[in-house]
Design a protein around this ligand. Sequence first.
Ligand code: BJW
Length: 254
Amino acid sequence: MDAAPPSRAAQVLRDARRAVILTGAGVSAESGVPTFRDDLTGLWAQFDAERLATPEAFHADPDLVWGWYEWRRARVRAAEPNPGHRAIAAIQDRIPDSVVITQNVDDLHERAGTRSAIHLHGSLFAPRCVSEARHPATFPDARDGEVAGPDEGRRIPPPRCATCGWLVRPGVVWFGEALPEAALAAAVEAAAACDVLLAVGTSGVVYPAAAIPAIAGESGATVIQVNPEPTPLDRVCDINLRGTAGQILPTLVT
Ligand code: BJW
């Protein structure tokens, strides 16, 4: 491990021909979007994941779960990309053969100018029909004024799929659900082929995403991490930069 100044990481990125940038909730924290596992402000410090973020929870109380995700969606809509998101877009511009892989369900990478991000855990903005049928879920979008406050007890009935009448569910990946097959395959392929992987703002505890830095490292890539806290990924990283995404990432593209 190397708690090196950012200059070494900046040099590695300047020399890179193929890069992967893997992000987690920490990259959006400075935009005001809460992480999951931070002690006081993380979503799981305030809300019960088992009642809100599992298929069983949606089955048991769809109005509760839909209301909570509508609140999350409204928070993201009100947020703006931060310097960390913009620096990632700049890195991608400099290294044409580069891939952004995110565990985040927000759209802040795209709004910062990232060409296309692989969303391993889905998107708040792509709800789908629970029937799993291969048709798009068409439904009326909630108006901002109707969105719940930060109260997990605020229920909003999910819309019905206009095509088949089944419930529409959030388009995210809950615990116990498989990740989108094509997205995971593309992520693994990119990690195995890159010469640098930059992991930003992830606790590195949720699989299979947490395995991606090791796949890159085992294939010979230099693995760089940006996180204010130690994580289980420290041991697979060649360079650990302690600090926030908004502070550190812009220094890597100057
Ligand atoms: C900053 C910062 C700043 C703060 N700048 N940094 C036992 C062992 C191994 C695996 C398992 C196990 N038991 C079960 C499993 C599997 C399970 C899993 O991994 N569980 C672990 C928790 C143990 N995984 C799954 O279930 C996955 N599916 C699966 O495995 O399927 C198998 C299957 C195959 C075939 C058929 C069926 C099944 C699915 C995982 C889905 C995860 N879903 C969530 C919710 C998404 C929807 C939503 O948003 O509501 O995804 S959980 C949550 O965690 C979310 C995140 O994407 C994910 C990762 O979190 P992330 O991004 O790392 O955030 P945090 O909060 O954890 O960390 C933030 C970090 O940022 C911290 O380190 C801070 O220090 C840092 N930070 N400010 C930079 N300014």
